[in-house]
Write a protein that binds this ligand. Structure first.
Ligand code: AMP
Length: 302
């Protein structure tokens, strides 16, 4: 089934203890779309500047990614730069240059307006809501990501956006900040009152936790000997998660659990290289093999 993503398409400069890149394709929507396209066709809504050439576009070509909603504006593309600590657990943002992203008003091409699955990447909650308002009918599943900047800066707009959301995907700090609850189970109950009936908490090297009204499910991060660049792991997780759900088209206890595993598997490939390189080269067969490995990793009998 059709899957739409709105978010940033960017150039990133990244420095980790294992290397450095000056300018590579980045942005939440890029990671999401590449990850999800391993499972289902994806429609991107984003903006880039005139420095985004055919060369950058090539990363999306030849895949099930529809770029008709990728707007071209005059000026520079969004640029983000970050540096990771020695243990890679902390990240310092060195630069955020919004450029053409500052005036971004997402506009859905007509065929996008019937998308059944929608992922609202981390942008202004008013714009996230405007995407849902442009839909011809309510999507089967709408998921949303946000960050501390919007939670503290525009809380009312975020509350409004959350009303029509099924799945909220954020990290533990953001969960606590949004709800004022330290305990994540209590925080989930507060989230349920805001709209979403499922909370997916991304926990970096500790994996991810899904709290649904009726069940809880936890997945680890796939153990890797070497993590080269954690950038985009969360967006790749979201892409694998939503891409899998869109591919099966059904939402239930079983498909939500599998979506968590595919999210974690795809995220684990992303961090093996800088930028989107490994995410773009991984095959469906490698994803399937790692997912099987995952099931052994977590299986036990009582
Ligand atoms: P993650 O590692 O999952 O937080 O995602 C990192 C990606 O998010 C990078 O590729 C950045 O280009 C992008 N990014 C960083 N800051 C922002 C922002 N304020 N709004 C939208 N995208 C951003």
């Amino acid at each position: 089934m059709s899957l739409l993503v709105v978010g940033s398409v960017a150039f990133d400069a990244i420095e980790t203890p294992l290397g450095k890149v000056e300018r590579t394709l980045g942005g939440a929507a890029s990671y999401f779309a590449l990850a999800a396209s391993h499972f289902a066709p994806v429609r991107i809504v984003a903006v880039v500047g005139d420095d985004f050439t055919k060369k950058e576009e090539a990363a999306f070509r030849g895949r099930k990614i529809d770029l008709s909603g990728l707007e071209r504006a005059t000026g520079k593309s969004f640029f983000w730069s970050g540096r990771y600590s020695l243990n890679m657990n902390e990240r310092t943002t060195l630069a955020t240059e919004l450029n053409v992203f500052a005036d971004f008003r997402p506009t859905l091409p007509d065929p996008y307006r019937d998308s059944k699955f929608v992922f609202l990447g981390n942008i202004d909650p008013t714009l996230q809501r405007s995407v849902l308002q442009q839909m011809r009918q309510k999507p089967k599943v709408a998921a949303l990501d946000t960050m501390n900047y919007w939670i503290s800066g525009t809380p009312e707009a975020l509350r409004q956006a959350l009303k029509d959301i099924h799945i909220l995907m954020i990290n533990d700090d953001e969960t606590r900040q949004l709800t004022g609850e330290h305990n994540l189970l209590r925080a989930a109950k507060a989230v349920f009152k805001m709209g979403p009936r499922t909370l997916v908490i991304k926990r970096g090297e500790h994996g991810a936790l899904m709290i649904h009204e009726k069940f809880i499910f936890s997945v680890p991060a796939f153990p890797l000997e070497e993590v080269r660049d954690p950038t985009g792991a969360g967006d790749s997780f979201a892409g694998g998660f939503m891409g899998y759900l869109a591919s099966v088209g059904r939402i239930n206890d079983k498909t939500l659990r599998s979506a968590m595993v595919y999210g974690s598997v795809v995220g684990s490939f992303t961090v093996e290289s800088f930028g989107v390189e490994r995410l773009a080269s991984v095959t469906r067969r490698e994803i399937a093999a790692r997912a099987r490995h995952f099931s052994k990793l977590t299986a036990f009998r009582l």
